[in-house]
Design a protein around this ligand. Sequence first.
Ligand code: ATP
Length: 456
Amino acid sequence: MTEKNNDSLEKIVSLCKRRGFIYPSSEIYGGLAGAFDFGPLGVELKNNLKNIWWQMFVHDREDMYGLDASILMNSKVWEASGHLAGFADPLVECQKCHSKFRADQIGFPVENMKKGVSGSTVFILPRCPNCNSVDDWNAPTMFNMMFQTTIGAEKDSSATVYLRPETAQGIFTDFKNVLDSFHPKLPFGIAQIGKAFRNEISPRDFVFRVRELEQMEIEYFVREADWVQHFETWRQAVHEYLALIGVAKEKVHELEVSDEERAHYSKRTIDFEFDYPFGRKELYGLAYRTDYDLTHHQEKSNQDLNYYDEETKEHFIPHVIEPSFGVERTVLAVLLSAYREDELGGEKRNYLAFEPRVAPIKVAVFPLLKNKPDLVTKARSVFSLLKKDLAGQIIFDDNGNIGKRYRRQDEIGTPWCVTIDFDTLDNDTVTVRDRDTGEQRRLAISELGTYFRQSL
Ligand code: ATP
């Protein structure tokens, strides 16, 4: 177990709010547990992480197909997938203060509950984390985490639909469509990024456990005999993505999920865990889902979901390897990996050492002094020049003195600051300051485009 240090989580939460990365949802009304808004910098950071993922796993490969399935689906999907019956967490309620908790998170012997064993073993029950009473628990019940709503004007059960709790099922229900449109050869994958909803009993730890989340998921279809090899390849691919986005390698650990803990559809699962300030917890999952989903959808829908191999003339249901990445947990792991405190030029500072490809703002352009029109005009022209390549990820800043501007950019993780000073007016050179070292180098304006392109 890693040491818990919520101190650094508080610092990240406060930085995110102050600098416009992440805000609590509907804050002016007191917020809503488990819901967050991504502010102007947060949305850029999140989009960079999603775009890198899409580039790496879809655009750079020839065996992947993208998809954007709907969030609302026919309820039979969730019957077939097993979510209606089994997508549940154990819920306990303290009879004294009526607080509700996810039983396994407060130390209940949850394995026995999942298996429906009332048990002759004597367990020491936890105290209520809210009122500290003991022995006041009701019998644990399984609480289904899918959000329900009704569709159209009818209010009977035929109108009940669910907000998808995972993006994966849209991939399975469109499997046949992709086969018919593209005739892909095995192995191939379908990738999707989208929102999912889980009515978590206790949302907590900032964006780690939220009720409205975003997932980046791949279903990679293989022959059964090849699953071990593909599982291994995807395991490496997860680490490659983490390295690319700057997640601290030493904080990532693999956990082989035991038979008892694995989801109903999986024959092997590895959790990629991260050392968060609140402990070592899941970041991503990699599961061998067998042919469970396609087989069940074939049975329930009465549609033929077989793959036809033209060479061998075989019809069969492919098996599936699923790497599943949560976007919010990615954002959190990237922020926690990048956060630094140090002293620069005799002053304390904190900064985000983002990988440049991930940073929401790549370059900030400053005129040395705000009240010198020549400097401001020149700085504006440099800004316009660089904007051609860096639209949306470059800002112009003339607020406060230069030291304050540097601190502000450090805190939001901008890798480079370009300052236009009096020498610029003479010789068309500018200073480029490096975020991590604070070092400045002088470059010709004409070199800047190439310099940033190469550095990125
Ligand atoms: P946990 O055990 O932490 O509840 P899980 O095993 O239920 O997670 P999966 O069903 O494997 O999670 O979901 C795949 C991924 O989606 C997770 O690895 C995580 O990155 C993300 N995820 C799942 N639930 C949440 C949530 N409530 N908030 C944020 N991200 C989530």
